[in-house]
Design a protein around this ligand. Structure first.
Ligand code: 6CS
Ligand code: FE
Length: 301
């Protein structure tokens, strides 16, 4: 199959410098931006920083059932055995459960909550479907971190996502504070693509979901972007929301506190940005990581 030129070369044998992004951050044309829940100021903030955070976006009452379900899964021994469940080193605690919206009716409905879908459509300038969903548990004392990375760099290289037209909604399930490894983001980093060196091993996900080695930007590029706009770590109680652009560099530290930092992630991809063959040349990743079977636009509840 001949392939269009790869606009975002990465996983290379030698270093290639970062370059400016080729896609808009907010895809809705200026004149249509008033049609949606996000104000012009909020859209501008997302465009500038590459993320938005909302404290207590969902009420504590709304969160109760989600948190109960989160706990039920955490101690489900069968779920621990499934391929979409990633354990922490030591194989006791759960690190992540992928494809959570396909396991849970309640979480599936939450992906179609109009408060999320309408903001997503405003940012992507189109209807959207779920590319990936996951819970990252980051348990107290045992939760390991996530190295700096761009999700798009992985999704382009390993899932064949063509362009930067995808957004993640991270719903805070347990209070995120400065001690339990909150999500850290580099404002403005969404505006640059940072090619990474290192070929993608076969079945890379079997290691990368525990500890990412390929697809981690070089220190020089990270330093330049951190020096430009710093690092932000939005905090907030359960029910808070962080929306971040697919190419915004992010990561998080280990959890040295006793309090879990459990976040739920829904990845919305534009229906005009459906997956092609992985650009790294490997075979497609499993469905629980990259949805290839249902690209129908999500209908808000
Ligand atoms: O490989 C992936 O799709 C996952 N890896 C990371 C570190 N973030 C995005 C996603 O969950
Ligand atoms: Fe990520």
């Amino acid at each position: 199959m001949t392939r269009a030129q790869d606009l975002f070369p990465t996983r290379l044998e030698r270093k290639l410098g970062m370059f400016e992004r080729l896609d808009p951050v907010v895809h809705t044309p200026e004149e249509q931006r008033s049609e949606g829940p996000l104000s012009a100021e909020k859209l501008k903030e997302f465009e500038d920083k590459g993320f938005l955070s909302f404290e207590s976006f969902f009420t504590k009452e709304e969160m109760e059932k989600f948190i109960q379900e989160l706990r039920d899964y955490e101690y489900d021994e069968d779920l621990k055995l499934s391929e979409g469940t990633i354990l922490e080193p030591g194989k006791e605690e759960i690190r992540s459960i992928f494809g959570i919206h396909e396991i849970s009716e309640r979480f599936d409905r939450l992906t179609r909550d109009p408060r999320l879908v309408e903001m997503v459509q405003q940012i992507l300038g189109s209807e959207a479907y779920i590319h990936q969903s996951r819970i990252n548990y980051k348990p107290g004392f045992k939760g390991k971190g996530f190295d700096w990375h761009s999700d798009f760099e992985t999704w382009h290289s390993e899932d064949g996502m063509p362009r930067m037209r995808s957004v993640s909604c991270s719903i805070v399930m347990t209070d995120n504070n400065e001690f339990n490894g909150p999500l850290m983001l580099i404002p403005g980093s969404q505006n640059y693509f940072v090619p990474c060196t290192g070929r993608t091993p076969t079945d890379n996900y079997k290691e990368s979901l525990k500890s990412q080695t390929v697809g981690v930007p070089d220190a020089g590029s990270l330093r330049a972007l951190m020096d430009e706009n710093g690092i932000e770590a939005p905090k907030g109680p359960a029910g808070s929301l962080i929306m971040f652009e697919c190419n915004t560099l992010h990561g998080s530290n280990i959890n040295m506190s006793c309090w879990p930092r459990s976040n739920l992630f829904f990845v919305y991809n534009s229906v005009h940005n459906t997956l092609e063959e992985p650009y790294c040349g490997n075979k497609p990743r499993p469905e629980f990581l990259a949805n290839r079977k249902n690209w129908d636009p999500l209908k808000p509840l």
